[in-house]
Structure formats: structure tokens, C-alpha cells
Design a protein around this ligand. Structure first.
Ligand code: HAS
Ligand code: CU
Length: 556
């Protein structure tokens, strides 16, 4: 079996100052700690669908919904953004060969820590069991909303840091093309910056004053729409760091090449423009929103499907080039020649394969009429565990298998265990999703404590059992990941060869003249994105009468 050599690529590569490296390392650890903490309730939830109740095993856990809130908040909000706050600035600095701004780096880190402490306090003390969607009129403790706003602010500070590094580079390299790796990192967080404004408005403008008693009543439809305004695009904020790895790092790790520089930039511009004006596809069943607006968002959702299809084409081409360069022949023989012994690569290819099913189920969700069949059933968590739960989470685990050694200057501990973690997790998620998806088609409800539900349908038995088995495997996969990363940090061998970020070559070098130069004008593409957002959301908000009708409810 090939040894995982993919990370030792260029001892000459630029290195960040040690002080900055340390901040990024701790930011990353916060993310991985959140991943690990969050999956305990994932296990409990999956087993509950198989009729097994282990909620009592967790000391201090008051209700199922407290656990489900902790699972969602830790895994999709804290893990993903802490990881990205470390990963994207690190790659940007490496790509531009210049340090980050230390003040902004510290500010982002401290804001993230304070935000997490406030949020975790509210959830752990059972004062915010409102699920990660934070729908009013469920009312959380003020520290929950403020904490999450601070997490968002930390991403803005990280964005500012990358943006100023890019500006600095451009000033020193007039007329030069922004290095692709820096470009995709900045574009990802630029999209997220635009996308995150509505939730900041909802939390700061409505939910925080309401929970503090400054206002008595709230408008649930308005805050819910603001949530999904951010909340659809947030899924691409989780996805794009994984795409950064699939586009720019993975080709190098498998000895392939990225097919095209411009193609990659266009895909990220499409995400910048199309990720946000699609949020109403989460609200097809909500009253108070016109069918025309929902249909417009439905059409645009099919639009944002396209850059992912383009990604599949580019990524598979890069893998095929790598497999053939490593001696693979025939139509599919190259697949066997990919470096399956490298856990970083294997985890990410398994994440990609699972994402094909995640994407296909997304099309069903997006289809206005089919959505009526699956909305609020377990089909939806079936879908999102193959997207954020695997395409993203397993990729970020795979990245950790080179990134943690890179940041700690210690060799990866337990390569075989790391490989096992990826396989166990990926097979687990397929079994889990088979259960959730088929159960969903039989109307099995999501967000329901099945182990003690007062109603039950025999058709849910097998799906429930598969969900329990698959979920247990996913849990085991993350525990193995925890073991490998923990042991690498404390006991990984020191003093190996110098490591660098694996940055890929592109088959076509960046153009130095012509229309492709406009691709680098990210500010103007952001303006175009804002215009599209105004078209997609303007009619709803312009004609909207705010109706504060509901007091807060704390059912926990
Ligand atoms: Fe989604 C609900 C539609 C993608 C996450 N989604 C959710 C929820 C979450 C979520 C968390 O239209 C639930 C929210 C809640 O709590 O209520 N989603 C889509 C569509 C896509 C999509 C059309 N979703 C994602 C991604 C997510 C995510 C990405 C997280 C990261 N989703 C919906 C809709 C709903 C929804 C409705 C609302 C449902 C409802 O009623 O509540 C698309 O963007 C997907 C495009 C993906 C592809 C796949 C490309 C494949 C690639 C890999 C290629 C490489 C290979 C390797 C194959 C087109 C790039 C080959 C290797 C070899 C060795 C051969
Ligand atoms: Cu969505």
C-alpha cells in the first residue's frame, strides 16, 4: 500500500510566523473538539429511531431537544466555522506568501472563543433548546443569540484578514493574477459575508431585544425568512472550504492536475452569485409567501446545482489524471491506482462519492411538488448527512490528516486507524441515509424522539434499525478520528521531513490578458450578487407588513 506522502511536497514553501500558526492551530482544535462533542447526541438520536433510548446516559441532559440542539449547533455551526476560520486564512497566507494581520487574527480568535462560550453556556444549561434553526416563537437565553452573532463576527474578521492580505499582494504585484488558492478562499468567505447579514439582523434586531424583554412580541414569519435567507447559503459556506480542498489540494495529493484556472474561478463566482437568492426552497410549505416568489427561488436552486455538477466534472478529471500518472490504464483501472493508502485522500474521495447521493436528494427537495412529500420527514436529515454530514465533515476530517501534522510538525499517528475511520464513517453514513431516506418516504418524522413517540408506523421499523446501525458506525468513525488526531497531537513523531500545503498545478495557466482578468474583480461580482439578491428577496420584503404577534415560548 502506498504511504501517505502527499503532504511532504515542498520544503521550500512559505511558512507563517510561529505565533500566527499557533492561533490557527487552536482555532482548528476548537472546530474538531466541537465535531467530537456534537456526535454524542448524534448517536443518541440515531439509536432512538431504532427504538433504543440512551438519553439517560448523558449526565445533565434534560431533554431530547436539548441534545438535538447541541448536536446541530456544535456540528454545523461551531465545527464548520472554526475549521474555516483556521483553514481559509492559512491557505490564503500560504498562497500569497505573506503573513496575516496579527491584530485581526487575534480579534477573530477571541471573538470566536467568547461566542462559543456564550452559546455553549446557553445550550448546556438548557436555556436554548430551540434547535439550530432558532425559530421564533421558541425563545432562547440572550447569550445564545449573542454568542452566535459573535461566531459570525469572527468569520467577518477572518474574511477581512484575507481580503487585506489579498489587497496587499495586489499592491505589490500590479497587473498580476491573484493566485488561485487565495482567490477561492476569499471568494468563499465573501459569499458567506453577504449571506450572513440577514441572520445578524434577525438576531440583533429582533430576537435579542425580544428575549431581553425590550420588545414583547415577535413576527415568526419574518425571523424565519431572515433565517433561511442566510440559512440556505450557509450550506455553501460549509461546502466551499471542502471544494477549496477538492479543487486546489486534492489534485496534487493524487499526483493529478487541476483542469483549468478560469473554470475554477467561474465556479466560485457562480456560488457567490447563486448561493443566496434560493433560501425560500426551505419555506415551500410556509404560508404568507407568494407562490411566484417560491417558484423563482426553486428555479434559482436548479441554477446553483450547476456549479456543483461542474465541480464533479473537474474533480473526477483531476482524479483520473492522477490515477493514470500513477500507472492506471483502461476505462476504470485508474481508480485502483489512486493513493488509497493515504487517509487524507481516501476520506475525501469517499466524501465526494457520498455527495453524489447528497446532490441527487437535493434535487428532490428543490422540486416544488416533490418537496411536499418529504418536507419535515427524515428524508431531509438523510439528505443533509450526505452533504454537510459527509461531503463536508468527512472532507474536513481528511484535511485534518495532513493539516494537523503540518501545524504541529508531528507525523500522523496511526495511518491504518485513520483509514479505518474514513471507511467506517462512509459506509455508516450510507446505511444511515438509506434508513432515513426510505423512512422519510413512509412519512417518518424528523426531529422526533422516536424511542418514546406515542405513535408508530410498522413501515418505519427497518428504516429505523438501519438509521441506528449506520449512525453508530458514523459515531465510531469520528471516535477513531479523535483517537488519531489526539495521538498525533500528543505523541506524533517529531522531526520528520518538512511539510507544505499541497498546492496543485493547473493544466491551463492563468490568462494574463483578455476577459478572464475580469474574473479577479471579486468586488464587482459581489455587487452583481447583491443585485440578484434584491431581485429574489426585494418583492417579499418591500411589500411586507411586520406583524409582531407572538410572545416567546420556552418549552424546555
Ligand atoms: Fe440541501 C435541505 C436542496 C446541497 C445541507 N440541505 C437541507 C438541509 C441542510 C442541507 C442542512 O431545495 C436541512 C435544513 C433544515 O434543517 O431544515 N441542497 C439542495 C440542493 C443542493 C443541496 C439542490 N444541502 C446541500 C449542501 C449542504 C446541504 C451542499 C450542506 C453542505 N436542501 C435542498 C432543499 C432543502 C435542503 C430544497 C429543503 C428541504 C426541506 O423541505 O426542508 C445542491 O447544491 C446539490 C448539488 C450537488 C451535486 C453533487 C456533485 C458531486 C461532486 C462530487 C464529484 C466527485 C466524485 C468522485 C463523484 C450536483 C462535486 C469520483 C471518484 C472516483 C474514485 C470515481
Ligand atoms: Cu437550501
Amino acid at each position: 500500500m502506498a504511504t501517505p506522502t502527499s503532504v511532504v511536497v515542498d520544503p521550500q514553501g512559505y511558512e507563517l510566523p510561529d505565533s500566527q500558526r499557533r492561533v490557527l492551530r487552536w482555532t482548528l482544535y476548537i472546530g474538531y473538539a466541537a465535531l467530537i462533542a456534537g456526535v454524542f447526541h448524534g448517536l443518541a438520536n440515531a439509536l432512538s429511531y431504532a427504538g433504543i433510548n440512551i438519553i439517560g446516559w448523558f449526565p445533565g441532559l434534560s431533554t431530547y431537544y436539548q441534545g438535538l440542539t447541541a448536536h446541530g449547533v456544535a456540528n454545523v455551526l461551531i465545527f464548520t466555522f472554526s475549521f474555516s476560520n483556521a483553514f481559509l486564512p492559512l491557505l490564503t497566507a500560504r498562497a500569497l506568501s505573506r503573513p496575516l494581520n496579527s491584530g485581526l487574527l487575534w480579534a477573530s480568535f477571541v471573538t470566536l472563543v467568547i461566542g462559543n462560550v456564550l452559546t455553549v453556556y446557553a445550550v448546556v444549561s438548557n436555556q436554548a433548546s430551540v434547535l439550530y434553526t432558532s425559530y421564533a416563537p421558541l425563545q432562547a437565553h440572550w447569550s445564545y443569540y449573542l454568542g452566535l452573532v459573535l461566531v459570525v463576527v469572527s468569520t467577518w474578521l477572518a474574511m477581512l484578514n484575507m481580503w487585506s492580505a489579498m489587497r496587499g499582494w495586489r499592491a505589490e504585484n500590479p497587473g498580476g493574477r491573484t493566485p488561485l488558492l487565495a482567490y477561492v478562499c476569499v471568494a468563499s468567505y465573501l459569499m458567506w459575508f453577504l449571506a450572513s447579514l440577514p441572520i445578524a439582523v434577525s438576531f440583533l434586531g429582533f430576537q435579542l431585544p425580544w428575549t431581553l424583554g425590550l420588545t414583547e412580541l415577535i413576527d415568526p414569519l419574518l425571523t424565519r425568512t431572515l433565517f433561511w435567507f442566510t440559512g440556505h447559503a450557509i450550506v455553501y459556506a460549509w461546502l466551499l472550504p471542502a471544494y477549496v480542498s477538492w479543487y486546489v489540494l486534492i489534485p496534487r495529493q493524487v499526483q493529478g492536475s487541476l483542469i483549468s484556472d478560469s473554470y475554477t474561478r467561474i465556479v466560485f463566482i457562480l456560488f457567490l452569485m447563486l448561493s443566496i437568492p434560493t433560501g425560500l426552497h426551505h419555506q415551500y410549505t410556509d404560508p404568507g409567501i407568494s407562490t411566484t416568489m417560491k417558484a423563482l427561488h426553486g428555479v434559482l436552486t436548479f441554477g446553483v446545482f450547476f456549479p456543483s455538477l461542474a465541480t464533479a466534472f473537474s474533480v473526477i478529471a483531476a482524479l483520473e489524471m492522477g490515477g493514470r500518472r500513477r500507472g492506471g490504464t483502461g476505462l476504470l483501472g485508474w481508480i485502483m491506482k489512486l493513493p488509497w493508502g493515504d487517509p487524507s485522500v481516501t476520506a475525501q474521495i469517499l466524501a465526494m462519492l457520498t455527495f453524489v447521493l447528497g446532490g441527487a436528494t437535493g434535487l428532490v427537495n428543490a422540486s416544488y411538488t416533490m418537496n411536499q412529500v418529504i418536507h419535515n420527514t427524515t428524508w431531509v436529515p438523510g439528505h443533509f448527512h450526505m452533504t454537510v454530514g459527509t461531503a463536508v465533515a468527512l472532507t474536513l476530517m481528511g484535511v485534518g490528516y495532513w493539516l494537523v501534522p503540518y501545524l504541529t510538525r508531528r507525523a500522523l499517528w496511526g495511518r491504518r486507524t485513520a483509514l479505518a475511520s474514513a471507511w467506517v464513517y462512509a459506509v455508516g453514513v450510507l446505511v444511515f441515509a438509506r434508513g432515513m431516506i426510505s423512512g422519510g418516504l413512509e412519512g417518518m418524522p424528523r426531529r422526533t424522539f422516536m424511542a418514546e413517540a406515542s405513535y408508530y408506523n410498522e413501515a418505519w421499523r427497518l428504516p429505523g434499525i438501519l438509521t441506528g446501525i449506520g449512525g453508530s458506525m458514523m459515531f465510531a468513525g469520528v471516535m477513531l478520528f479523535f483517537l488519531v488526531i489526539g495521538m498525533t497531537i500528543v505523541a506524533g513523531r517529531r522531526g520528520g521531513e518538512p511539510m507544505d500545503v499541497p498546492i496543485s498545478e493547473t493544466l491551463t495557466t492563468p490568462a494574463t490578458s483578455g476577459w478572464e482578468l475580469t474574473l479577479d474583480r471579486l468586488g464587482w461580482w459581489a455587487v452583481a450578487a447583491v443585485v440578484l439578491i434584491l431581485i429574489a428577496y426585494g418583492p417579499f420584503f418591500l411589500g411586507y407588513d411586520i406583524r409582531p404577534v407572538s410572545p416567546g415560548f420556552r418549552l424546555f
